[in-house]
Design a protein around this ligand. Structure first.
Ligand code: ZN
Length: 674
């Protein structure tokens, strides 16, 4: 959700990425040619499984990361491109939805027209900011900017009430930063200092593109940095953000005003649209104290500068080429290490998919998944749930009463597979063939209004947090459901031509991963109904923490790039889900064999093929920059550790490959929560 930021605690399968490459590749569940047989699987299983793939798939110059997920996303993107090219042909007889998606895409593709209009589309909003006469009127301008898709200072939207999951409430949370994470403003190493310097230079260049002199633009960039640093200081770090108790503070609008005066909250809520708001979740109260201080201590001119910066920054995709290039130079090149900008059509396909997800989603599902794909996924989920129940029953560290509640929660998990019960209707979103900027603003306005209109209404469990063509999946602890968009339910995750061992290692483990999220350090704090409620005995919680701590230490030793190691606490939930997911997938595979052991294929036993199926899901190449950024900001471990970390915790792996204890993939100490 790039435009309206909905505050949520959903845990997805992988890093949000921007993938692409030429198509025409073969997609197999398991590929012998991807192996590197010169590597001992007991020394580095990831390299053994993916070394060949890495050699054959050098990083494309417009990518910072390219792997199996990206290859599949590329294939999905081609399907979408074909739909959009047809819909944008402007022939008579287009359906209303084809008009919307087709003209949205056509306007985005029309680089010439966008360049010709220059910064004119920004002018109404820039003027609105410029004429601000006093800080009291900030609320009104801010509400307007939020409606158009810009999110200065904080995030605003709706969410399920953490402690009453039947209700949707309003929520505000920390935000307003231009760097990837609050720690980027304070880290003292040379690389971080350099990134801050480059960021200020980037903001300066953007102001120059808006017409400021270099000297004036430099002062403006400094003002932006000062404000953002103050906001960052009041922000929780990314480990704390995973703690649902630390990010839930329900209060009345009156209490929020006491906490963060100097800002007309009632006016802001009213002008932002949606129903009247009496109470809300103020996710991080300390942040809103920092926000109050910033408004109090910053000059009106500098506040205006900050608003203008975020207006431009959130709209670069629909601004002239010079803005797009400068944005890529910082966010793509410097922060992520990509060498060149992605082709325009890929950016425009992604933008259409993000801003009008249901326009494309419905046709995409019809073209790709089909009823058969849905059914086989459903069947596999049922098998994985059975294995998870067995696993919960078998653990020796949990008391019978907590176990019973855990199983109750498992039974309550709902499955959403590659479809939507209700597709969004974009009839009221005006889309013009010659107005990329306006289209984007109106789509943002529609989405914010849609999110706000949920407030006070029963939870709509049919809604999705991802578009259907997305190659990803997620567990939502408040809805207590697992969600698989159609985009991921294809080879190589599920391959009709592959044997069961490979499929259980791939999509089976992905399903297991999402199920396990309900019982990781974060998910376990929610009950079967999705309420944040402690259903654990104190002794069981303590036992869980001790086992989880083993995983924290294990992954905290992995080096991402240079001297940056993985953050074992930040990645704990995902690592727990990977470990539990592969284990229950293995149990489900064994159940499906019912004692019969299949013969080896291509020289690999079924156990070996199961682990290879898992490993090859994660084959990728990436830049050092992206490895560093991911380790610093993302709850998902880097791919090589998602493979090697998990297999080194499984006795079944060392048995399958004949590894001796003490080898890198067979350490003496193994971690196991589930
Ligand atoms: Zn996950």
């Amino acid at each position: 959700m790039s435009i309206t930021i909905v505050i949520m605690v959903r845990t997805s399968l992988l890093v949000v990425f921007f993938g692409s490459l030429a198509f025409g590749q073969q997609f197999n569940g398991f590929d012998l040619g991807s192996l590197d047989r010169s590597v001992d699987p007991c020394v580095n299983f990831y390299k053994f499984s993916c070394g060949g793939w890495q050699t054959k798939n050098p990083l494309p110059s417009d990518q910072a990361r390219y792997g199996t997920f990206d290859a599949l996303q590329d294939r999905n993107r081609i399907v979408l491109q074909n739909l959009l090219e047809t819909a944008s042909s402007n022939k008579p007889g287009r359906s209303p939805i084809e008009q919307k998606e087709g003209d949205f895409y056509a306007a985005c593709m029309d680089e010439k027209a966008i360049d010709a209009r220059g910064t004119a589309p920004l002018k109404p909003d820039l003027d609105r900011i410029a004429v601000l006469k006093n800080k009291k009127d900030l609320a009104e301008v801010l509400a307007h900017l939020f409606r158009n898709g810009s999110n200065p200072f904080f995030n605003f939207g709706s969410e399920q009430d953490a402690k009453d999951s039947t209700k949707v409430i309003a929520a505000i949370g920390q935000g307003g930063l231009g760097l990837p994470d609050r720690d980027y403003y304070f880290k003292t190493d040379a690389k971080s200092a350099e990134e801050r310097k480059q960021y200020v230079a980037h903001v300066q260049k953007m102001f120059e593109l808006l017409g400021s002199s270099p000297a004036e633009a430099a002062m403006k960039a400094q003002a932006v940095m000062t404000i953002e640093t103050a906001l960052a200081k009041g922000s929780l770090d990314n480990v704390s953000l995973r703690d649902p108790e630390k990010t839930y503070h329900k209060m009345t609008v009156g209490e929020l005003t006491t906490l963060s005066s100097d800002f007309e909250w009632p006016k802001f809520f009213k002008d932002a649209g949606g129903p009247s708001i009496q109470s809300l979740d103020v996710s991080e109260p300390d942040f809103f104290k920092a926000f109050k201080d910033v408004i109090e201590k910053t000059s009106l001119d500098d506040l205006k500068t900050y608003l203008a910066w975020h207006l431009v920054d959130s709209n670069t995709g629909v601004l002239p080429t010079a803005f797009v290039q400068e944005n890529f130079n910082f966010n793509g090149k410097i922060l992520r290490g990509a060498k060149e900008l992605r082709p325009r059509w890929k950016r425009c396909v992604d933008m259409t998919d993000q801003q009008l997800p249901d326009a494309l989603g419905k046709t995409f599902v019809e073209k790709t998944l089909g009823e058969e794909g849905k059914q086989r996924t459903q069947k596999m989920i049922a098998e994985l749930e059975k294995a998870m129940e067995k696993d919960l029953q078998a653990v020796d560290w949990m008391s019978p009463q907590t176990k019973q509640q855990a199983i109750e929660k498992l039974h309550a998990i709902a499955n959403k597979i590659g479809n939507k019960a209700h597709w969004l209707d974009y009839a009221n979103v005006k889309v013009s063939r010659d107005d990329a900027f306006g289209n984007s603003e109106r789509a943002s306005e529609f989405e914010l209004a849609r999110q706000l209109n949920k407030i006070g209404k029963p939870v709509d469990k049919t809604d999705w947090a991802m578009s259907q063509p997305t190659v990803n999946a997620y567990y939502d602890p408040q809805e207590n459901d697992i969600n698989f968009p159609a985009g991921i339910l294809q080879a190589p995750f599920y391959d009709n031509k592959a044997d069961d061992a490979v499929n259980y290692g791939a999509i089976g483990a992905v399903i297991g991963h999402e199920l396990t999220h309900g019982f990781d350090d974060q998910g376990r704090q929610y009950d079967a109904k999705g309420n944040l409620r402690d259903w654990w005995t104190a002794a069981d919680a303590k036992a869980f923490d001790a086992l989880a701590d083993c995983i924290v230490k294990q992954y905290g030793e992995f080096t991402a790039s240079g001297d940056v190691k993985l953050n074992g606490k930040l990645t704990l939930g995902e690592n727990t889900a990977d470990n539990g997911g592969l284990r229950i997938a293995y149990m489900a595979l064994m159940d499906s064999y019912a004692g019969r052991q299949p013969v080896p294929i291509d020289g690999f036993t079924s156990d070996q093929r199961f682990f290879l199926g898992w490993a090859q899901v994660w084959c990728e190449n990436h830049t050092d920059e992206i490895a560093r950024q991911q380790a610093l900001t993302n709850p998902h471990s880097l791919s090589q550790f998602r493979v090697n970390g998990v297999v080194s915790n499984m006795p079944e792996f060392r048995k399958a490959f004949g590894c001796k204890e003490g080898q890198p993939m067979a350490p003496a100490r193994m971690c196991k929560v589930w």
